[in-house]
Design a protein around this ligand. Structure first.
Ligand SMILES: [Zn+2]
Ligand SMILES: [Zn+2]
Length: 632
C-alpha cells in the first residue's frame, strides 16, 4: 500500500523491519524505489539481495531491467541480460520484452533487435517494446515499418502501440502516416483514450495543424498537464506567442500546474516576441513553484531577459543559477553577443573553461562573432585554430562564415579570398552573404559585386542581396549600376520583405509598418515625430540620404525616412508610456543607418534610454551614443 502511495522512505523503513524478506518483498521494494526515481538505490538493493543469497525471480528481473534502462549504463544493462540468461529465464516472453525495451531506451538498438529476433514467440507487448526504440532520434524512421509489420503479422495494437507510433510520426513530421495511424485508432475504438488523444494533439500541433489539434483538445474527456502542454508547445512552435500565453493562462485557471517543460516553452515564446511583462510573470511563477532550480527553465529565463533587451536581468538570473551546463553558458554568451558586449563574451568563455565545462560548436559561434564585432583579428584566428587543435571540433560552415566576417570587417579582403580558396566550399550562400555584408561595410564594390552574382545564381529570390549590392554601388556613386540592380530585382519578381516594428504598451503588442496611416493614434504620432525631428535638427542632426535605393528628390527621401516604422513606434511609445521608462522597440529587419543616427540623437534630446532590437542585435541608445558603437 505504501509503495503505491509513492512513499519510498516509509516503505523502506517497513522493509528494513522485516527479519528475512522474501523475494516478493525484495521485488516490491526495488519496484517502489524505481518508481520514485531512486534508481541508484534500487540497483544497490538488487545487489544487496543477491549478496544475501536470495534468488531473483522473473518479476525481479523485469523490474531490474527497467532500473538498468533508467540508469543508462550500457555495461550494467548487459550484466542484467547475462544474469537473466544464467538463471535460465531467457525464453520468458515478459523478460525478453523487458530486455528489448531496456536496450531501446539506452539506444542500443541493435541489441534490442537481436533479442527480438531470437524470441520463439511474440505478443503485442514485444512489438511495443520494439516500437519504443523508434520514438525519437535517428531510429524514428523505423517506426512506420515496424507498425505495418506488427499489423500484418496479426498483432492487435493497443494504447502503448499508438502512443509510440504517434510520437515517431510527430518527430518525423510525417503527417501522412499520422493520418493512417489516426484511422487505425478510430477503428480500434481508442479515440476517446486520453493518452492516445494527447499524442494525437502533439502530432497535429507539431506539424502545424493547429486547428486539428484544437479540435482534438476540445474533444478530450479529461485535460491534464500533458494535453495542455502539447497544445501550448504547438502554438509556441508555430510562433503564435500570444496564443501560447493565452492557453497557458487558461490552463492555470483550470487548476493545472505547469511542469518545467511547459514553463520553458512559454518562456521561449515570450523571448521570441519580446513579451517582457509576461516573461517576468513566468519568472516569478517559476521561483514560487520551485521550478527555477531546473537548468532548462533557468536557461530559458536568461534567454527571455536577454531577448527582451534586459541584459542586466539576464546576467543576474544566470549568476543565480544553481547548476549550469554548456547550453546555459551558451545562452548567456549569446545574450552578451546580442547586446554587443564582446568583452563579456570572451571573459565568460574563459570562465566557462575554468569551470571545466566543454564548449561546443555553438559556443564557438558566439566567441568568433564577438571577436568579429570587437575587431579582434588575431584572437579570432587563434580561437578558430583552437577549434580543431584544442577542442577537436570540425569547423562548420558557420564557423568559417564567422572567420570571413572577422577578416572582412577588418578590411583584409586578400585574406578573405585565400581563406575561401582553402575552404574549398565555393557554393555556400552563407559564405557569400558574409562577404557581401563586409564589402558593404568597407566599400569594396569589386568583391561585393562578384559575391552578389554568386548569390543571384544560387538563389535569385532574396531581396536583401540586391539591396546590399545597390547600397554598395550607391555609396560609390555608381548610379547607373544602382538602376541596373533595381531593374534586375523587379525582373526577377523579388519583393522587399515588409518591415515592421513593435512596442509593448500596457501588456499589448502594437505593430507599426512604414506609411502606417491606420493606427488610431496616427495624428498624435505624427505630431510627436515632427517635434522630435525639429528638436534633433536643432541639436545638429543632418540625415544622410545617399544610401537610399530610390534616386528620388532629396525632399522625398527625407519624407520617406521620417516614416520608417521604428520611428513611428518610438513616437507612439513616447506619447503612451507615462511615467517615462526605458523604451524598447523591436524590429524584424535591420535598423537603417539614418534611423540609427536619429535614435542616438533623440536619446540625448529626450534624456531617456531607447533600446532597439533589430534583426542583428540590440542597440542601447543613451545620451547620444549607441552600445553597438556604430559597428553593427
Ligand atoms: Zn530607418
Ligand atoms: Zn547601434
Amino acid at each position: 500500500m505504501y509503495s503505491k502511495c509513492g512513499l519510498a522512505e516509509d516503505t523502506l523503513k517497513v522493509f528494513k523491519r522485516i527479519q528475512e524478506p522474501n523475494i516478493v518483498a525484495w521485488s516490491a521494494m526495488i519496484d517502489c524505489l524505481d518508481e520514485q526515481g531512486q534508481i541508484q538505490e534500487a540497483a544497490e538493493l538488487f545487489s544487496l539481495m543477491r549478496c544475501k543469497g536470495v534468488s531473483p525471480n522473473q518479476h525481479t528481473f523485469a523490474s531490474i531491467a527497467g532500473v538498468a534502462a533508467n540508469l543508462g549504463d550500457r555495461l550494467y544493462c548487459e550484466g542484467v541480460h547475462a544474469c537473466i540468461f544464467k538463471h535460465g529465464f531467457e525464453s520468458e516472453i515478459i523478460l525478453s520484452n523487458a530486455l528489448i525495451a531496456m536496450y531501446m531506451k539506452i539506444r542500443s538498438v541493435q541489441n534490442g533487435w537481436r533479442v527480438f529476433k531470437e524470441m520463439s514467440s511474440w505478443n503485442s507487448a514485444s512489438w511495443n517494446s520494439l516500437l519504443s526504440g523508434s520514438q525519437n532520434g535517428k531510429t524514428c524512421d523505423r517506426g512506420p515499418s515496424i507498425f505495418h509489420k506488427m499489423l500484418a503479422e496479426g498483432f492487435k495494437p493497443d494504447i502503448c502501440t499508438f502512443t509510440s507510433i504517434l510520437r515517431s510520426c510527430s518527430n518525423l513530421l510525417n503527417i501522412k502516416f499520422g493520418h493512417q495511424v489516426h484511422a487505425h485508432i478510430i477503428k480500434n475504438g481508442l479515440k476517446d483514450n486520453n493518452l492516445v488523444g494527447t499524442s494525437l494533439i502533439d502530432l497535429y500541433a507539431k506539424n502545424g495543424f493547429l486547428a486539428d489539434a484544437e479540435l482534438l483538445f476540445t474533444q478530450l474527456i479529461e485535460r491534464d498537464l500533458f494535453s495542455w502542454t502539447a497544445l501550448i508547445a504547438g502554438y509556441a512552435q508555430s510562433d503564435c506567442s500570444e496564443k501560447t500565453i493565452k492557453c497557458f493562462n487558461h490552463m492555470q485557471r483550470q487548476g493545472v500546474t505547469p511542469n518545467n517543460f511547459t514553463l520553458a516553452t512559454c518562456l521561449s515564446s515570450c523571448s521570441n516576441m519580446a513579451m517582457l511583462e509576461n516573461g517576468q510573470l513566468l519568472h516569478s511563477m517559476a521561483i514560487k513553484a520551485g521550478n527555477s532550480g531546473d537548468v532548462f527553465v533557468s536557461s530559458s529565463i536568461v534567454d527571455m531577459y536577454a531577448n527582451c533587451g534586459c541584459i542586466e536581468e539576464a546576467e543576474a538570473a544566470f549568476q543565480g543559477m544553481v547548476s549550469t551546463d554548456t547550453v546555459s553558458w551558451n545562452t548567456m554568451l549569446f545574450g552578451y553577443l546580442q547586446h554587443r558586449q564582446g568583452l563579456k563574451v570572451l571573459e565568460n568563455f574563459r570562465m566557462m573553461l575554468d569551470k571545466g565545462l566543454e564548449p561546443d560548436e555553438v559556443t564557438f559561434i558566439a566567441v568568433l562573432s564577438a571577436c568579429s564585432y570587437m575587431g579582434f583579428v588575431n584572437e579570432g584566428k587563434e580561437y578558430f585554430d583552437s577549434l580543431t587543435n584544442v577542442f577537436g571540433i570540425v569547423p562548420t560552415i558557420k564557423h568559417c562564415a564567422c572567420m570571413i566576417d572577422i577578416l572582412g570587417r577588418a578590411g583584409k579582403f586578400n585574406e578573405v579570398e585565400s581563406f575561401i580558396k582553402d575552404m574549398k566550399v565555393t557554393s555556400n550562400p552563407l559564405i557569400w552573404e558574409t562577404v557581401l555584408g563586409t564589402c558593404r561595410m568597407n566599400g569594396n564594390d569589386k568583391l561585393g559585386e562578384s559575391a552578389a552574382e554568386k548569390l543571384f545564381e544560387l538563389n535569385p529570390g532574396i531581396a536583401s542581396h540586391y539591396i546590399l549590392l545597390a547600397n554598395i554601388f550607391a555609396a560609390k556613386g555608381r548610379w547607373e549600376d544602382v538602376r541596373r540592380v533595381r531593374a534586375l530585382m523587379t525582373h526577377c519578381g523579388v519583393k522587399k520583405e515588409p518591415g515592421c516594428s513593435w512596442v509593448m504598451v500596457n501588456g499589448q503588442v502594437h505593430i507599426f509598418r512604414s506609411t502606417d496611416g491606420f493606427h488610431p493614434k496616427h495624428g498624435e504620432i505624427y505630431i510627436k515625430l515632427k517635434e522630435l525631428v525639429e528638436k534633433s535638427i536643432l541639436a545638429g542632426y543632418v540625415p544622410k540620404t545617399d544610401h537610399i535605393l530610390n534616386d528620388v528628390s532629396d525632399d522625398e527621401k527625407l519624407e520617406q525616412l521620417f516614416h520608417h516604422n521604428e520611428r513611428l513606434a518610438l513616437a507612439f511609445a513616447l506619447i503612451s508610456i507615462n511615467p517615462v521608462k526605458t523604451i524598447r522597440i523591436f524590429k524584424n529587419l535591420h535598423i537603417c543607418e539614418v534611423c540609427h543616427d536619429f535614435m542616438k540623437l533623440v536619446s540625448g534630446v529626450i534624456k531617456q534610454e531607447i533600446v532597439v532590437r533589430d534583426a542583428n542585435c540590440f542597440h542601447h541608445f543613451k545620451s547620444g551614443i549607441c552600445s553597438c558603437q556604430d559597428y553593427c
